[in-house]
Design a protein around this ligand. Structure first.
Ligand code: HMG
Length: 447
């Protein structure tokens, strides 16, 4: 007997409640042309956490809203997997703090639930979805759903080139049998390597070689695409409604999309004609210098953009997945899942029919690994997309001045001093409310 479909049954997003506008606030303070951010990186703003927010509150708030919307109690959840690369505790997982928050306000507790934390930079959110799906396929779930939460406060050191790509927010997802949003396909492509272009050895903020990190990202995506094909998967651009990529900033996806598209048309008349015009695009790892590879890739992108097939594919399958990212920055582990939500939200608003159509999901985490799989959109996707309140949340963010931005960055920097008061008033949400006897953060629900 074929096993039932497993996949995503619900999605909720929670943004940090502060906004740093890159064009009007960040660019003038750094004396940089705003177009570098809005056009070059494709970013308009970063979401940042207010004084009383952190990865636990954002994750718990997304999870609470998702569970309430789906009429679930803790008894219905068999595991909570949290993906994060900004955890503040090396022993006690963030999932325990989040379960503790949820149990404060919900009927019952999570004593029966398997709680854990997944770490592999930004790809951990996708790995946690995979763990949850495997748990269901194994039959150990006893009819329960998994709650997967990707939550991060993605801050860079002040003055780092990555500072313009910061972001903070959480994505909560339910994984279940007979899911209502998307069902996971079987073929999976992986591309991993031991890399040191972006890492945090005993430090809060990343140590990053930006250009090389782009080359490594693209190299791993290329490997994962090849492995996906070897596993029987296809990335035919005409056969997939949307292509989601890990989105540290939309400009990065512009580059990754070239690889996705060329992979999809490989071996077709269109692919052969492109190879004849442009030559074959060499693997990123064959370039000693990341910048040289990025220049070659740019030339390919320029040529492709002038073809109707590529331009139409990009506008239909990629642009909708970037709409939320442009407003929030990099949410690290949540980033590719923001892309899924963004694509579905846009499709719902534009009355697109997606049920039964496949999506390609290309995740990436520094260090480094990429994963590619397909998902088939299920009949309940539109209801779920229409229930998302992310646009209202974004509109309600407090717009920081540059001085306030500097102060809030310090609030969230270990060991820095800042006595900034909250810029927003919490309501119907979890907040950080102090420290307990062991130095642990404590959390309360503000009605
Ligand atoms: P940079 O070096 O300051 O920026 O930082 P740049 O000079 O390369 O400019 C960026 C783009 O803006 C370029 O576009 C410029 O041409 C353009 P491109 O050539 O690449 O298409 N530009 C302009 N466009 C219009 N008008 C202008 C203008 N000026 C410039 N006036 C960098 C860029 C990405 C290196 C930096 O933001 C950084 O270090 N970011 C952090 C690392 C990162 O995000 N890497 C991405 C791949 S690794 C990844 O995704 C993993 C990650 O999420 C972590 C994890 O896995 O945990 C980061």
């Amino acid at each position: 007997m074929a096993s039932p479909a497993v996949g995503i049954d619900g999605i909720e997003l929670w943004t940090g409640k502060l906004k740093l506008d890159l064009a009007t606030t960040f660019a003038p303070a750094h004396d940089i042309d705003p177009n570098k951010f809005t056009k070059g990186l494709g970013l308009h703003a970063s979401s940042l956490p207010d004084v009383y927010e952190d990865i636990v509150t954002m994750g718990a708030n997304a999870a609470l809203r998702l569970m309430q919307r789906h009429g679930l109690t803790p008894e219905d959840i068999g595991r909570i997997d949290v993906a994060t690369e900004t955890a503040f505790d090396n022993a006690k997982p963030v999932a325990t703090y989040i379960a503790g928050c949820l149990a404060q306000v919900m009927e019952g507790d999570f004593a029966h639930a398997n709680l854990g934390e997944r770490k592999f930079a930004c790809i951990a959110g996708t790995q946690a979805l995979d763990d949850a799906a495997n748990w269901i396929h194994s039959g150990r779930h006893r009819g329960r759903k998994a709650l997967v939460i990707a939550t991060d406060t993605a801050l860079y050191e002040r003055g780092d080139p990555g500072e313009a790509t910061q972001g903070a927010g959480a994505v909560a997802m339910l994984v279940s049998e007979s899911p209502s949003v998307t069902a996971f396909g079987l073929p999976q492509g992986i591309g991993s390597a031991d890399e040191t272009d972006f890492l945090k050895p005993h430090r809060q903020f990343p140590s990053v070689d930006g250009k090389r990190s782009m080359q490594v990202y693209l190299g791993r995506i290329q490997d994962a695409l090849a492995d996906f094909a070897a596993a029987g998967g296809s990335t035919d651009p005409d056969a997939h409604a949307q292509f989601l990529f890990h989105t540290p900033f939309p400009g990065m996806v512009k580059k990754a999309a070239v690889l996705g598209y060329l992979d999809g048309v490989q071996g077709t008349a269109r692919g052969d004609a492109l190879a004849e015009d442009l030559g074959t695009l060499a693997h990123p790892d064959t370039f000693a210098d990341g910048r040289a590879y990025l220049d070659v890739l740019k030339a390919h992108a320029k040529h492709l953009k002038q073809t109707d097939h590529y331009a139409n594919w990009y506008a239909r399958a990629v642009t909708p997945t970037l709409k939320v990212a442009r407003q929030v920055g990099n949410w690290y582990t949540g980033s590719v899942h923001v892309a899924r939500a963004s694509g579905l939200l846009h499709a719902a608003h534009s009355e697109r029919a997606l049920t039964g159509q496949p999506l390609i999901v290309a995740s990436y985490g520094s260090g480094a690994q990429a994963e590619v799989h397909a998902e088939t959109v299920q009949a309940g996707w539109r209801d779920e997309a229409e229930a998302l309140t992310i646009q209202q949340q974004l509109d309600a963010r407090y717009d920081l001045s540059y001085d306030e931005y500097e102060a809030i960055h310090a609030v969230h920097t270990y060991g820095a001093e800042s006595n900034l008061s909250p810029r927003t008033a919490p309501s119907g949400e979890f907040v950080v409310d102090g420290r307990g006897p062991m130095g642990e953060y404590t959390y309360a629900y503000v009605a």
